[in-house]
Design a protein around this ligand. Structure first.
Ligand SMILES: Cc1cc2nc3c(=O)[nH]c(=O)nc-3n(C[C@H](O)[C@H](O)[C@H](O)COP(=O)(O)O)c2cc1C
Length: 202
């Protein structure tokens, strides 16, 4: 089977991409508008980019009306955000925050998600997240126009919060304790409970 993406509508291309580019980590992104109202939403087009300088990226795409999501609108006003990571225990609350709320209504308040102030940036972070990256905006790269067009948000990481509860005796992350989830396609997710090791070639 071959697929010519240039001949398929963007929605269908999206379906194919998200069912084969798996599993994807989830950035649970908190932002704040100029008037101080907060926002929280998950994005699985998410990756680390480089450690020099510490940088990550995530990709809010335009909604069906071709308008940018609240996260993008907020970052355009206050160019700071927090990327919270999502363990299995927070899968439900994370999913709830994918609901489309009127602009300005906070998912923190609406879904009873406890926030805590960040140290270096204005948006608060998710109190229960095992890891939270405090970032300032490096650059937004726009790709495409209209519905599903992308705003690739690059963030410079300034501070990382790591819960002591997810550390092993060596002071490093214990993958079993952090228990992060990944997004598959549609309503499917995976856990990181089954792992294997491979020795890197010299
Ligand atoms: C696990 C998960 C991953 C998602 N990943 C993305 C993504 O990468 N890009 C995107 O635009 N929307 C993604 N969504 C949908 C957004 O979270 C949703 O549109 C949300 O309402 C956007 O919030 P905002 O308008 O408050 O920014 C995802 C939803 C879920 C549940």
């Amino acid at each position: 089977m071959q697929l010519d993406f240039s001949k398929l509508p963007p929605r269908e291309v999206y379906g194919w991409m998200t069912s084969v580019i798996t599993p994807r980590p989830i950035a649970w992104v908190s932002t704040i508008a100029a008037d101080g109202r907060t926002n929280l939403a998950p994005f699985s087009f998410f990756q680390g980019v480089t450690s020099n300088p510490p940088t990550l990226m995530f990709v809010p795409v335009n909604n069906r009306d071709g308008q940018p999501k609240d996260t993008v609108r907020n970052i355009q006003q206050v160019p700071e955000f927090v990327v919270n990571l999502v363990p299995y225990s927070l899968a439900g609350p994370m999913n709830a925050t994918a609901a489309t709320l009127p602009y300005g209504e906070s998912e923190f308040a609406k879904f009873g998600i406890e926030s805590t102030p960040s140290t270096k940036v204005r948006p608060p972070r998710v109190a229960a997240a095992p890891v939270a990256f405090e970032c300032t905006l490096h650059q937004i790269v726009n790709i495409g126009e209209g519905p599903l067009a992308a705003h690739v948000v690059f963030g410079r990481i300034h501070l990382v919060h790591v819960s002591d509860a997810v550390l092993g005796p060596d002071g490093r992350i214990d993958p079993a304790k952090i228990d992060l989830i990944g997004r598959m396609s549609g309503e499917l997710y995976c856990r990181t409970t089954e792992r294997f090791a491979l020795q890197r070639p010299a």
